[in-house]
Design a protein around this ligand. Structure first.
Ligand SMILES: C[S@@+](CC[C@H](N)C(=O)[O-])C[C@H]1O[C@@H](n2cnc3c(N)ncnc32)[C@H](O)[C@@H]1O
Length: 248
């Protein structure tokens, strides 16, 4: 999103814009997500949950948690606790209204993923679904995750990427422009928000670059798997435990 001055937003300016934008679309965010992805978003989150391999009793961090769909998916099957952090209080409030009997295991916190209010080595593992491309600085976000996860602990990240198959790539781009932006805009009354979301997918790093950055921050066992013809990439990694191989 350029906001008219030709320069893409970054840092605190982007953070402020993103916070206002998600707050504005929070009421219908889940509906647009599921309709626009033809409900495939549920499958992507199941893949993320399986990659995380949560265990009973664990304390897990869900960053950029939004309306907490990934956190709910985790605690619906495993007796773990998930701290759900998001910069938009309104997104968390929408999520809390859906948590029902799972709410005892979910702890919403309004905060900034780039400046986490937790001591070092607090969490057994961390996860982020469709959040990292919205950060003011991806490097700051990854560094904070690394700091708060315990040595050896796993991190799983889901994020949009761009399909590379020539015809499919064109059809996908057309779909985002001609279907997602109008539908999202109409259902939330905020076309600009969906223009930003599509724009952010095309401006974001390539999966290889994300993978490199994850390694640079210090994570090991860094892997990436493409999902749905590369529309989405699932990254997984571990914080070094100082004793050679960490759990996978
Ligand atoms: C695309 S939504 C994804 C929400 C959820 N994880 C999901 O899978 O549907 C991105 C979320 O990231 C949050 N976000 C963006 N920047 C953030 C930051 N710096 N710190 C915390 N949350 C942030 C937004 O408020 C929004 O709720």
């Amino acid at each position: 999103m350029n906001l008219g001055n030709g320069k893409p937003l970054a840092g605190d300016e982007k953070k402020g814009f993103v916070k206002r934008m998600f707050t504005g679309i929070s009421a219908n965010y889940d509906l647009v997500n599921s309709v626009a992805s033809l409900f495939i978003d549920h499958y992507w989150r199941i893949k993320a949950k399986r990659a995380l391999k949560p265990r009973p009793g664990q304390l897990i961090l869900d960053l950029c948690s939004g309306t907490m769909p990934l956190a709910r998916a985790v605690v619906s099957r495993v007796k773990a606790r998930v701290v759900c952090l998001d910069i938009s209080r309104a997104m968390l409030a929408q999520g809390m209204a859906k948590n029902g009997s799972l709410s005892h295991a979910l702890y919403p916190i309004c905060g900034d993923a780039e400046n986490l209010p937790f001591p070092d080595n607090t969490f057994d593992s961390a996860m982020v679904a469709f959040g990292i491309r919205n950060l003011g600085s991806l490097e700051n976000g990854l560094t904070e995750i690394y700091r708060v996860v315990r040595p050896g602990g796993k991190t799983v990240i889901l994020e949009f990427s761009r399909p590379t198959l020539p015809v499919f790539a064109q059809v996908y781009r057309l779909y985002l422009k001609k279907v997602l932006i109008p539908i999202g805009g109409a259902l939330t009354n905020d076309r600009q928000a969906y223009e930003y979301l599509v724009d952010s997918i095309y401006r974001f790093y390539k999966p290889e670059q994300v993978q490199r950055l994850i390694r640079t921050v210090g994570f090991e066992n860094v892997r990436k798997v493409s999902l749905t013809a590369r529309c989405v990439t699932l990254y997984s990694c571990n914080k070094c435990n100082g004793f050679g191989r960490s759990e996978r």
